[in-house]
Unconditional design. Structure first.
Length: 156
């Protein structure tokens, strides 16, 4: 078993896009049961190339046992004009390979993204999670997030 001290969190590189695309499909497959609006065919969520190269985002990977085992990004977003903060860091692409889950890797990734946001003078983090995904909600609460707003929808 890998110790959390044996996990390295670092910035992703362009030559890792292949494995990151695999992680992206893992995220999509995990979310399909929660979202009936997702198309059934192959889809992509992320512009990985831009997330790696933009100075407005920071895409990190977790490395253990000589392989990539997790990912996540922070992207600077402009806040609505009525909010007290001008910008916030939106977190996404939170993924850990199934056999490495439960080892604190997601918390380490979020910690790295939080440090990056602070270095960009950002003091607000936001993310989205499906309301029935109680495991993810509990994991995010454990690292300091709280429920804020519930988005609702109706198919007509």
């Amino acid at each position: 078993m890998t110790n959390t001290n044996d996990i390295t969190i670092r910035e992703a590189t362009p030559d890792e896009i292949g494995i990151l695309r695999h992680f992206e499909q893992g995220v999509i497959e995990a979310e399909r049961p929660f979202d009936p609006t997702l198309r059934k065919d192959d889809i992509r969520y992320y512009d990985l190339e831009n997330l790696i190269t933009s100075d407005q985002s920071y895409l990190v990977v977790a490395e253990a046992d000589g392989r990539l085992v997790g990912s996540g990004y922070a992207r600077i977003e402009e806040a609505k004009p009525w909010l007290k903060h001008r910008n916030y860091a939106y977190l996404g692409f939170m993924y850990v390979v199934p056999e490495y889950r439960g080892r604190g890797i997601n918390a380490r990734i979020i910690g790295e993204l939080k440090d990056w946001a602070l270095s960009q003078d950002i003091r607000e983090l936001r993310l989205e999670v499906y309301s029935p995904n109680t495991a993810a909600i509990q994991a995010y609460k454990k690292v300091g997030f709280s429920e804020h707003m519930l988005e609702m929808r109706a198919e007509i």
